[in-house]
Design a protein around this ligand. Structure first.
Ligand SMILES: *Cc1c(COP(=O)(O)O)cnc(C)c1O
Length: 397
């Protein structure tokens, strides 16, 4: 716990866009974090689905250190070996064709929107194409990504957005179908909605939208920024449905801690953007790409997907116990290691109490506890988490 004095000192120099928890983290080891007082915490948030391997992973750090000694940054005017290696590994893992590296998730969404608009522009020369996005979606905070984010509260004060965006109900095929016009250039959604409350896409919905997009030559853009990179038990969540998107966005666990994202295009959209159409000074620099490349290697050498598939049913089982035991708990849902515990009451008090007891969990909406732990957690870690959470429900009710 930080002192009030420290808190005031911090807030004096930071724009107040976050109501931060009164903890300052200092370092991490495995799936544990340590604050500046040396207090230990079990981490079930992973820096919001970023730190797939937990903390202080020697081989990952070594890969970064080696790259730092060679070259941190050059520019996209030149090739670097780390970028080429990272791009090929991402292409292989996604089943798609070509990659553009960005510095964040929101920038990956900006790129995906540009791909869709350019793809449609090349067909008819018009600039009035529409994107269908989903209610309760989250795609980021920059103006384009905000414009396709289905949470009016995030958008309201910042309008007008990019325009020509319509929202449909997630997992409601008929609603999406009714919003398609001859101007529609893309349908965009998270394969598993994250911030909106952890709602997996239904197989029927995803497969039918894929068909609709094929019939009408509309691009299917899947946002895998939170649910991708192994979290659902496959490298990318859409791989559960036997389909490929035309454009996919990734970030968060892609670099496991360095700021990197990407938009990845498939067969149909691979030549939409041409020289001069897009760029980034930092995007995919050698440092972040050395990280991405190492992350993909570690997914294989550490058998991460097998681990996720082994531990996730156990997490589900334990969370289901809380549903049975406490009236405050309504249900649990999710896929792999992206799970929700929906409460009948606000989640804040439980999350704060858990933090006091040394467990880091976060919310997704006011009454939902979100579990996006490092992908390397064990059943023993789940037991440890359960014991703390159970005591929170026993104490608060
Ligand atoms: C976090 C997130 C983003 C935004 O990523 P940033 O790196 O914060 O810009 C976009 N889409 C989804 C689904 C996310 O979870």
């Amino acid at each position: 716990m930080v002192t009030n004095e420290f808190k005031e000192y911090a807030e004096a120099a930071l724009i107040h866009t976050y109501d931060r928890f009164p903890v300052a983290f200092d370092h991490g080891e495995g799936v544990y974090l340590y604050d500046t007082d040396g207090k230990k915490y079990l981490d079930f948030a992973a820096g919001i689905a970023v730190n797939a391997f937990g903390y202080h992973v020697e081989e990952y750090i070594e890969a970064l250190k080696n790259q730092i000694d060679k070259l941190l940054h050059i520019s996209n005017l030149f090739y670097t070996e780390p970028m080429v290696a990272a791009a090929h590994k991402l292409v292989k893992a996604s089943g798609l064709k070509r990659v553009f590296f960005t510095n964040s998730g929101t920038e990956a969404i900006e790129g995906a929107i540009k791909v869709a608009r350019k793809y449609a522009f090349k067909k008819d020369g018009h600039t009035d194409h529409e994107i269908i996005a989903m209610e309760h979606s989250f795609h980021g905070r920059s103006m384009g990504a905000l414009s396709v984010t289905g949470n009016p509260h995030y958008r309201e004060a910042f309008g007008p957005g990019i325009g020509h965006v319509v929202f449909a109900k997630y997992n409601d095929l008929e609603d999406v179908r009714s919003k398609i016009t001859d101007k529609t250039c893309a349908i965009l959604f998270e394969t598993v909605q994250g911030e909106g409350g952890i709602y997996p896409g239904q197989a029927e919905f995803i497969k039918e939208i894929r068909k609709l997009c094929d019939e009408k030559d509309i691009l299917l853009i899947l946002d895998e920024i939170q649910c991708g990179m192994g979290r659902t038990g496959k490298m990318f969540a859409y791989q559960h449905y036997g389909i490929l998107p035309d454009v996919m966005t990734t970030a968060k666990a892609l670099g496991c801690g360095v700021p990197v994202g990407a938009f990845v295009v498939g067969e149909r959209a691979q030549n939409a953007l041409e020289p001069g159409d897009h760029g980034s000074t930092y995007g995919g620099n050698p440092l972040v790409c050395a990280a991405v490349s190492k992350v993909f290697d570690m997914f294989e050498s550490h058998h991460v997907l097998e681990q996720v598939n082994a531990v996730a049913p156990y997490l589900d089982e334990q969370l289901s116990k809380l549903v049975d035991r406490f009236d405050a708990v309504k249900e649990t849902r999710g896929m792999g290691l992206i799970r929700a515990l929906e409460l009948n009451v606000p989640a804040g008090p439980y999350i704060r109490k858990a933090l006091e007891k040394g467990l880091v969990i976060i919310s997704a909406g006011s009454n939902i506890i979100r579990f996006v732990p490092p992908l390397v957690i064990t059943k023993a870690n789940v037991d440890e988490m359960y014991a703390i959470l159970e005591s929170c429900f026993e104490e608060i009710g």
